[in-house]
Write a protein that binds this ligand. Structure first.
Ligand SMILES: Nc1ncnc2c1ncn2[C@@H]1O[C@H](COP(=O)(O)OP(=O)(O)OP(=O)(O)O)[C@@H](O)[C@H]1O
Length: 367
């Protein structure tokens, strides 16, 4: 988008000289307060709204050079509440665009069935009508319908805003999984900064009048907000949220405090210096904490808190585990839930300091 402005007939400037380079095969999120021009920006990309000034290029060519129908066919469009055709079955809703493209009914329905599986919809829902589906299921149908003709670009306007937080998280995870498989160029509008940070490869923060406040990867947004507006918009706990971008694999795990419930006296003596013992079952899964020196009693163990997986989980999860644990130590587990070590709040704190140092050095090098 090159210096794009949209002034509506009544004089409202919805978007003001917006320039953005939207990366290929990645999710770019447009985020900002209500009325800052997100929807207008999105609709200019598929020419539902025409810019007053400036130009929008797709793969280097001005989008006005392409017939509007073929442009729109190359761009799936998903909106809040899915916007499904109420009188068509789920399968036929998804098959809509392939049918418009002239596919036979059979081929279009075959494609629709394939997409139902891809977005996590059970095949038994195919013959239902939209009103017979939950809000979350309808949103999945909306995503499947947008993907049906396999367009390279997907425009999504607050697609998950109308569902409850748990369903919303499921839809976000699903979108990330689908994106991993399909690698679309996605432009995603939301007013929810947490959604933006979770989904975005790049995040454009807009302010009123559709002016760009900052365009950056989420981790950079959290570590270096461009100004007070962006900082305010990010909210109070951006330091903690930034930890989600720091991996936990550099944490040094202590293994001495790990003891099986049936440990013998020698084993217990070897762990006697640890402030707490992490007692495990016969398979090595954590059961709870015990104080050294006393006999191990399964019924008197302290809750071991929420474990984290080194490498998979972030420093934020590790810190959360340590903070929630009554001992101040977090438990690290492998993919099968077996304890692989423990780490203290203090050690997590040191890892955070080191990660900040590394991130700062990388940012400096990038500049
Ligand atoms: N057709 C129109 N005519 C006049 N003004 C409009 C029109 N459509 C939108 N606007 C105005 O343009 C501005 C940007 O609207 P837009 O819908 O793009 O914002 P948004 O960021 O998507 O908002 P929200 O998060 O509330 O959906 C608002 O002030 C809105 O009132």
């Amino acid at each position: 988008m090159d210096a794009v402005t949209k002034r509506y007939d009544d004089g409202t400037v919805a978007v003001g000289r917006l320039s953005l380079e939207i990366p290929d095969r990645a999710i770019t999120v447009l985020v900002g307060p209500s009325g800052c021009g997100k929807t207008t920006t999105l609709r200019m990309i598929n020419r539902m709204v025409e810019p007053t000034e400036g130009s929008i290029l797709l793969d280097g060519a001005d989008i006005r050079q392409q017939p509007v129908n073929s442009l729109r066919r190359s761009m799936g469009y998903v909106i809040q509440n899915a916007g499904l055709f109420q009188h068509r079955t789920i399968l036929d809703n998804i098959a809509t665009v392939p049918r418009l493209l002239g596919w036979t009914k059979q081929r279009a329905r075959g494609r629709a069935a394939e997409l139902m599986a891809r977005v996590g919809l059970d095949a038994s829902l195919a013959k239902r009508y939209p009103y017979q589906l939950s809000g979350g299921q309808q949103q999945r149908v909306g995503v499947a319908r947008a993907l049906a003709a396999d367009p390279p670009v997907l425009l999504m306007d607050e697609p998950f805003s109308a569902v409850d937080p748990v369903v919303r998280k499921g839809l976000q995870d699903e979108l990330l999984r689908i994106q991993d498989e399909l690698g679309k160029t996605i432009v995603f509008v939301t007013h929810d900064i947490d959604e933006a940070i979770k989904l975005g490869t790049m995040v454009a923060v807009l302010r009123e009048g559709g002016r760009l406040a900052q365009f950056a990867p989420p981790a950079e947004l959290l570590s270096a907000p461009a100004d007070a507006f962006v900082e305010d918009f990010l909210g109070a706990d951006r330091g903690i949220r930034r930890l989600s971008f720091f991996p936990s694999d550099a944490l040094e795990l202590a293994t001495a405090p790990l003891v099986p419930l049936d440990a013998d006296a020698d084993r217990l003596a070897a762990a006697a210096d640890a402030p707490y013992l992490l007692v495990t079952d016969a398979d090595g899964r954590p059961l709870g904490w015990a104080e050294p020196g006393a006999p191990l009693d399964r019924d008197r163990l302290l809750d071991h808190g929420r474990p984290f997986r080194p490498g998979t989980d972030s420093l934020r999860t590790a810190l959360d585990g340590a903070v929630l644990s009554p001992t101040g130590w977090a438990v690290a587990v492998d993919g099968d839930g077996r304890a692989v070590g423990v780490v203290s709040q203090q050690a997590v704190g040191e890892a955070i300091r080191a990660a900040h140092g590394r991130a700062g050095a990388e940012a400096k090098a990038a500049r």
